[in-house]
Design a binder for this molecule. Structure first.
Ligand SMILES: NC(=O)c1ccc[n+]([C@@H]2O[C@H](COP(=O)([O-])OP(=O)(O)OC[C@H]3O[C@@H](n4cnc5c(N)ncnc54)[C@H](O)[C@@H]3O)[C@@H](O)[C@H]2O)c1
Ligand SMILES: O=C(O)CC[C@@H](O)C(=O)O
Length: 526
């Protein structure tokens, strides 16, 4: 019989499901060394946010087939390390949506009416009705940052309470925002005009400290901000200072840069700051939902069936998977690339299957392309199961075309993305030992294997330009691993593809486009 280790508190409903197919050991609060010591005996590991599943733990888990995260965020799991070892990582993308949305709404109302401090005062024996005069949310403006699953539910309920809604989400269509009664605006306008601001975005390099001293300074002095998404999206020191100095009226936080919250200025501020210990998902209903959702997937994988919400491996039958896996990786890589070249909001994705791929099962490749395209916006929340639905909700139209006569490579895939900032295309193929190669960017032929960090330029093919770019990158201490130019005619337009060892430092893109002859530059992380 298989063995499952449950290393965080999980609802009994999940344990009952696991017990149908496995021996279940519940052992919570383990130190990393203790987990490393015992993980080798287990086929599956089920966690919440408490257990940090590092590469070391994954390597010690020699029998592990699946890691199940009872919740949304898999930021406590080293997913690339699990993928390398062929371990499926599953989550529950929707099980706690309502719980988190209701917590944000509860925070907004509690802040407005000083409920935590009023309650504490009555319990101390006082009867103070002056200190706790509040504000109504009716007819006030709520700015929703991130109009995904949780943000959408918050918006729907806030609308019913008579609030006016603004939203900032660069990956959501105007139509989707309008359906929810939200006016889509940029972040600056949202910060300036909202009476309440609520954050529902993932923590990514782009969203880390997206709310900082500069953005907070744009808020009205009467405005309040709520973060039930992820710690680190708000710069906590800047927030504490803004509330203390009366630059904004208040804040409510469920999540922190470091959890549990240690020494912090936030604790010292009275009724204008409300703090809860990452309780967004802590409702009986959500814990039953996520436990069942993830336990069912662990059960299925242990029985040799596909998982429905795999973060790293598609929920397809093993035979189809084996055959298509290299092409799905190609499609996902091209999706990530074209999404970042297009920037902004993509409205149309054209997937063209060429050569022998034209006769293949196309649906998984279209899904993998969409998963790659949406990765920038959704990170681990997009998977092979929800990519289609997420794309539809964002108003992304998908067109699929086939060209069996294309003969440049045995089989190749071309993605073209049209968005608010223009159209870009990329083509790729599997060469040699099924190695992914980019064979075309924006109609310019190249032949480069993709790397984690890349820089693309669109420039005029003229003497000296490569040297100038090389020196500029050198002056920013950027090391070039490889470089290739693709052109159609001599001294015409050209594309340069550079693989670089590290992410480009801030500000360098603007410098690159100042080099005479370079029209555009795009940085990409794959
Ligand atoms: N407090 C809790 O216990 C708790 C519980 C559940 C989820 N969460 C967190 O809540 C957040 C939202 O979860 P969800 O399920 O709604 O996710 P989701 O993926 O459905 O929605 C996230 C939205 O953020 C948008 N987005 C991405 N990058 C952005 C950017 N740079 N600027 C503006 N918008 C951007 C995406 O387009 C997407 O619409 C996540 O961070 C999740 O981890 C917290
Ligand atoms: O496990 C929890 O309680 C937190 C869950 C939440 O942050 C999530 O990402 O789903």
């Amino acid at each position: 019989m298989s063995k499952v280790l449950v290393s965080d508190p999980i609802d009994q409903a999940g344990i009952d499901i696991l017990s149908q197919v496995a021996t279940v050991d519940v052992n919570t609060g383990l130190k990393p060394a203790e987990l490393i010591e015992i993980i080798g005996q287990y086929d599956a590991l089920m966690i919440r946010s408490g257990t940090r599943v590092t590469q070391e733990i994954i390597e010690a888990g020699t029998q592990l087939k699946i890691i199940g995260r009872a919740g949304v965020g898999v930021d406590n799991v080293d997913v690339p390390a699990a993928t390398r070892r062929g371990i499926v990582v599953v989550n529950s993308p929707e099980g706690n949506t309502i719980a988190a949305a209701e917590h944000a709404l509860a925070m907004m109302l509690s802040l407005s009416r000083h409920i935590p401090d009023a309650n504490a005062s009555v319990k101390r024996g006082e009867w103070d009705r002056k200190t706790f005069v509040g504000a109504e949310v009716y007819k006030k403006t709520l700015g929703v940052v991130g109009l995904g699953k949780i943000g959408s539910h918050v918006a729907t309920v806030a609308k019913a309470m008579g609030m006016k809604l603004l939203a900032y989400d660069p990956f959501i269509s105007t139509e989707r925002a309008e359906q929810l009664g939200c006016q889509l605006v940029d972040l600056d306008l949202l910060m300036q005009q909202s009476d309440y601001i609520t954050l529902h975005i993932p923590k990514t390099p782009e969203t880390t400290h997206i709310i900082n001293a500069t953005t907070l300074a744009k808020m009205k002095p009467t405005a309040r901000i709520i973060n039930c998404a992820r710690g680190g999206i708000i710069d906590e020191a800047a927030l504490a200072a803004a509330v203390k100095e009366g630059k904004i009226a208040g804040a409510a936080l469920d999540v922190f840069e470091s959890e549990p919250l240690g020494e912090s200025d936030l604790r010292a501020i009275g009724k204008d700051i409300i703090l809860t210990p990452h309780l967004g998902a802590s409702t009986t209903e959500a814990q039953v939902n996520v436990a069942i959702d993830v336990a069912e997937q662990i059960r299925d994988v242990l029985l040799g069936l596909p998982a429905r919400s795999a973060v790293n491996i598609p929920g397809l039958g093993p035979d189809v998977l084996e055959e298509l896996k290299p092409y799905m990786q190609l499609a996902e890589t091209l999706g990530k690339l074209v999404g970042q070249l297009a920037g902004g909001r993509v409205e149309l994705l054209t997937v063209r299957l060429q050569g022998e791929l034209a006769t293949n099962k196309s649906q998984p490749l279209v899904i993998a392309s969409l998963k790659g395209l949406l990765h920038q916006a959704l990170r681990e929340r997009v998977n092979y199961v929800n990519a289609n639905i997420e794309a539809k909700e964002r108003g992304i139209r998908v067109i699929e075309t086939r060209d069996a006569s294309a003969r440049d490579y045995a089989g190749s895939l071309r993605l073209e993305a049209t968005g608010t900032l223009g159209t870009h295309s990329v083509t790729g193929a599997l060469l040699g030992d099924k190695e992914i190669h980019l064979t075309d960017v924006d109609g310019f032929p190249i032949n480069v294997p993709p790397s984690k960090y890349m820089l693309f330029t669109l420039h005029r093919d003229m003497p000296g330009i490569i040297g100038k770019l090389g020196s500029l990158l050198g002056s920013f201490n950027v090391n070039i691993a490889s470089m290739q130019v693709g052109r159609k005619i001599v001294r015409g337009d050209a594309v340069m593809a550079l693989s670089i060892d590290d992410p480009l430092p801030d500000g360098i893109l603007a410098e690159i486009t100042k080099v005479p002859g370079i029209r555009d530059a795009y940085t990409v992380t794959l």
